[in-house]
Write a protein that binds this ligand. Structure first.
Ligand code: SF4
Length: 274
């Protein structure tokens, strides 16, 4: 049940007046506004689990490795004792030698930051690698989880949408000249090869994404105004998203027993629907 006019809510901090939004924050907002409130406005997100932290560390190290390679800096310190990373790096290089050997006339930029404003908020995108040529631009992103997602899911992801949108907004490239390529560098086992997925962009997508951003930010602005008055951001309906949520007890005001009960009920619903 929605909590209304919760007087225990803190006042809106100054940094919330104009948010710098990223693809991660838009995804979080879309998945659950209340979770956005707890994680971002109130900074209540718990630290990552050890497994997640290890995975994040691996990813960060790989991104640094690719950046160092792009800048032609020594890689030894990053690769020493990192057999899996060395294998992933070499396999990626083999799969696409051009990643580290720019073709003439192309400009390569690693960890390239761009910013723009829309709907009263500023947006930032950071490209793992941006390859610019006279008539086309390619955004590349390294994914360090092993299994590629369905292309359609990836096309709908805020990262794809915001990254392509941001480049067109901050350059002279037409949408049709922009593409985004994901490289999945970490296979299921040591024999796995990196896989890539390229997504194209268009004027129609650009127009649609602009509309989505305006709708999201208009909605966010309204929620922020209400939050300043003491009203919490909306919850999503109880479902599997909630069952996996770190804020379940805070949000629902229920105990672990209720969560377990809910999980049982959910199984029953699934069984009936089958
Ligand atoms: S429990 Fe559900 S509604 Fe509450 S923050 Fe988590 S995902 Fe959102």
């Amino acid at each position: 049940m929605e909590k209304k006019n919760d007087s225990s809510l803190p006042h809106l901090p100054q940094y919330c007046v104009m948010l710098r939004l990223s693809q991660g924050l838009l995804s979080l907002l879309e998945s659950c506004p209340r979770k956005f409130q707890y994680s971002i406005l109130e900074q209540l997100a718990p630290p990552p689990t050890e497994t997640l932290q290890n995975s994040l560390d691996w990813g960060n190290r790989f991104h640094l490795l690719m950046q160092q390679a792009q800048l032609q800096l020594p890689l030894g310190a990053l690769l020493n004792g990192q057999a899996a990373m060395r294998q992933a790096f070499e396999a990626l290089h083999q799969a696409n030698p051009q990643l580290l050997a720019p073709s003439p006339g192309a400009q390569y930029d690693s960890e390239h930051l761009r910013s723009f404003s829309l709907g009263g908020h500023s947006f930032s995108v950071i490209y793992d690698l941006l390859i610019r040529e006279a008539e086309q631009a390619q955004i590349l992103d390294w994914k360090t989880y092993p299994k590629p997602i369905q292309a359609q899911t990836l096309a709908q992801d805020w990262q794809t949408k915001l990254y392509c949108f941001g480049l067109v907004e901050t350059s002279n490239y037409k949408p049709e000249q922009v593409s985004m390529t994901y490289w999945f560098v970490r296979g299921k086992d040591s024999n796995s090869q990196p896989e890539s997925l390229q997504l194209t962009y268009s004027q129609q997508k650009h127009k649609q994404i602009r509309q989505e951003i305006i709708e999201q930010t208009t909605q966010l602005n309204q929620w922020m105004e209400q939050y300043k008055q003491g009203k919490a951001l909306p919850q999503v309906p109880l479902g599997q998203t909630c069952d996996r949520c770190n804020f379940f007890n805070r949000c629902r005001g229920q105990n672990e027993q209720t969560r377990e009960q809910f999980a049982v009920d959910l199984e029953a619903i699934v069984e009936v629907s089958l």
